[in-house]
Ligand binder design. Structure first.
Ligand code: ADP
Ligand code: MG
Ligand code: MG
Length: 343
């Protein structure tokens, strides 16, 4: 059954042609994209679909192929990437979306810039980090998150957005060691101008391991955009912890671990997570060595302010970015050419 081939999708694409495209190729061009791409190798496979490296006009691009049953994620991600002014150096670069037929099955493609280093999760598994590496990773994610979370006013404005599935596997590492935020299948938008919160139509929920306490105990007000933005900050706190474990001080670093590796099983249930995060109020432990390193000590204070039980206490993305910048500026071993990143 290929529901993707039916009229609703066609109508959707038809409609998209007339709406604004802030990123990616013009929409009419996108609809011929798949024909121009040669798939080279599969670089990711899961219950969601597949991600391939492909060739397009002599360059490598990434092709995310959705199963037609995950049509909503494809639609949503296409919609989000097509938002006016979303394009940013710390947001994955969008090329275009297309519907195509392969082995007589309808497939939904989403094409983006390709990053050979893969996800931050892969990168942390393979590499330990210097202070400088760590700062650039954290600062670039914070910078992407500020752009995502912030509404831009004006005739061609950008709504504020919340990601809702932030984690190290949904962040990619560029060749110069900075990061871009990826995977917008669950993102939501909000505009003060129109007063509209757009939750999309996706029945999927985020990754359980990274769910904020108010999501796990279902006390969150899903109609409140600010509440959704604060769940991203909680998840970002966990990512900071993953990154800091791999940051070398005194010649050592911890091995890579996923958040809550010590208290929940590999594929934790909602209940597993709720018990640990809401009932026991447990959070990832801070290794002792961090306290004798002023940068890591500063980062541990920051992550605690991000993953706080009370969402109202969590820091806004802009405050996080400024705090990381300040911590870095007192470390003489860190390159201080942040002007581009920190305005
Ligand atoms: P899903 O929504 O199915 O989780 P993602 O967009 O997160 O799909 O992609 C899955 C994985 O594929 C990522 O965790 C990453 O390892 C890899 N990947 C995705 N996009 C790219 C890209 N542009 N360049 C390199 N690797 C990518
Ligand atoms: Mg993902
Ligand atoms: Mg996803």
């Amino acid at each position: 059954a290929t529901s993707a081939g039916d009229s609703t999708l066609r109508e959707y694409l038809q409609h998209s042609v007339t709406s604004g495209s802030g990123s990616g190729l013009p929409l009419l061009v996108q609809r011929t994209l798949a024909k121009q791409v040669t798939l080279i190798e599969c670089i990711g496979r899961g219950k969601y679909g597949e991600v391939w490296r492909g060739h397009w006009h002599g360059e490598s691009i990434a092709v995310k192929i959705f199963f037609s049953r995950d049509e909503e994620s494809w639609k949503r991600e296409t919609e989000i990437y097509s938002t006016v002014l979303l394009r940013h150096e710390n947001i994955l670069g969008f090329i275009g979306s297309d519907m195509t037929s392969r082995n007589s099955c309808t497939q939904l493609w989403l094409m983006t810039h390709y990053y050979p280093q893969g996800s931050l999760f892969d990168h942390l598994n393979r590499n330990a980090l210097s202070h400088n590496d760590m700062i650039w990773i954290c600062l670039s994610i914070a910078n992407g998150l500020v752009h995502l979370h912030t509404e831009i006013f004006g005739t061609e404005g950008k709504p504020a957005m919340a990601h809702r599935d932030l984690k190290s596997k949904n962040i990619l590492v560029t060749a110069n060691g900075t990061c871009v935020i990826a995977d917008f299948g669950l993102a939501v938008t909000h505009s003060h101008v129109t007063g509209q919160l757009d939750l999309g139509n996706n029945p999927k929920v985020g990754t359980k391991r990274y769910m904020a306490p108010e999501v796990l105990d279902e006390s969150i007000d899903m109609e409140c955009f600010e509440a959704l933005r604060r769940t991203d900050i909680y998840a970002f706190g966990l990512v900071l912890w993953e990154v800091c474990r791999r940051t070398i001080s005194g010649g050592i670093a911890e091995e890579y671990k996923v958040p809550y590796y010590d208290v929940v099983p590999m594929d934790p249930s909602f209940e597993d997570m709720r018990k640990v995060v809401c009932i026991d109020n447990y959070r990832p432990s801070i290794p002792n060595r961090w306290s004798s390193d002023s940068l890591l000590a500063g980062m541990s204070k920051l992550m605690k302010e991000c993953w706080h039980q009370n969402p109202n206490v969590r820091l806004p993305a802009l405050r996080i970015k400024k705090t990381i910048h300040k911590l870095a500026s007192v470390d003489e071993k860190i390159r201080l050419d942040f002007d581009e990143v920190c305005v």
